[in-house]
Write a protein that binds this ligand. Structure first.
Ligand SMILES: CC(C)(COP(=O)(O)OP(=O)(O)OC[C@H]1O[C@@H](n2cnc3c(N)ncnc32)[C@H](O)[C@@H]1OP(=O)(O)O)[C@@H](O)C(=O)NCCC(=O)NCCS
Length: 230
């Protein structure tokens, strides 16, 4: 597809420089090491492969979260979203979870989505914590706005962090009820919820950086659905 670059420049969402998220490694409850790292726009096509199987899974609201995440990642890839970033979790190079968000402005961060492909290990909880860490500690923001699309998400974010309900704003995810994580609440929750070691040992980082391996559709569907969740 030939691009009319003059028109394209008009269509592209403006962006500001965003500090990078430094990679870390988390030892999960089963002893496996999950590398948590920021990915770049060029990685999006591979990530979409991992999200696509979730579009048809209604269990635990994977479909709505998957569909929105898919659109957000594609929007970032096509330069149609402002100031987005994406952080992933990998075990032995395999994609096990994705989180994304964006800077609405210098002070306010928007938490977009959290998707765990491997379940029962708090992969999603750890990645959400990494996202909060990124907004507050690396992007240097004053607060993050968060909403929940599923009961598990509500338990993980609103309850576990004790987020503050906002009555005066709508979240940009369709105007849903928005909750706030302030810097104070983040640092109060950090010892309990934000884990991981830096730097990532070379042998783990090399494997993660070499390739984002996406499991096949059947495996992803089974990992998400073939379990006793609620
Ligand atoms: C919300 C989400 C990111 C949380 O991820 P997570 O922290 O890794 O948690 P899991 O999904 O693995 O587990 C959630 C619960 O189901 C149970 N569960 C699910 N799969 C399980 C499995 N294979 N083995 C054991 N327990 C399992 C867990 O016991 C856990 O219960 P707990 O809250 O008492 O710990 C993930 O559930 C997800 O991607 N859901 C769909 C998208 C979504 O809702 N995103 C958030 C939108 S606000």
């Amino acid at each position: 597809m030939g691009l009319d670059m003059e028109l394209e420049a008009v269509l592209r969402a403006p962006e500001v420089y965003q500090a990078p998220y430094p990679s870390k490694v988390i030892t999960l409850a089963n002893g496996k090491k999950m590398v948590v790292r920021e990915v770049s726009r060029e990685d999006v096509p591979m990530l979409l492969e991992g999200v696509r199987p979730t579009l048809m899974i209604d269990r635990d609201y994977y479909d709505i979260v998957g569909a929105r995440l898919y659109a957000e990642l594609l929007g970032w890839y096509r330069y149609r979203v402002r100031n987005e970033y994406c952080i992933i979790g990998q075990i032995d190079g395999i994609l096990v979870g994705i989180v994304n968000g964006r800077m609405m402005n210098a002070d306010i961060g928007i938490s977009l989505h959290t998707l765990a492909i491997d379940r029962g290990l708090r992969v999603g909880a750890h990645l959400f914590a990494a996202k909060m860490e990124h907004h507050i500690e690396y992007l240097g923001q004053k607060e993050v706005w968060i909403t929940a699309e599923s009961p598990i998400g509500f338990r993980r974010w609103m309850i576990e962090y004790g987020l503050e309900k906002q009555t005066d704003v709508q979240h940009e995810l369709g105007g849903a009820t928005s909750y706030r994580l302030s810097r104070e609440l983040y640092f109060a929750s950090k010892p309990r919820l934000v884990v991981g070691d830096r730097p990532v040992p070379k042998e783990y980082l090399d494997v993660a950086m070499q390739e984002i391996i996406v499991a096949d559709e059947e495996t992803i569907t089974e990992k998400i659905s073939g379990v006793t969740g609620r």
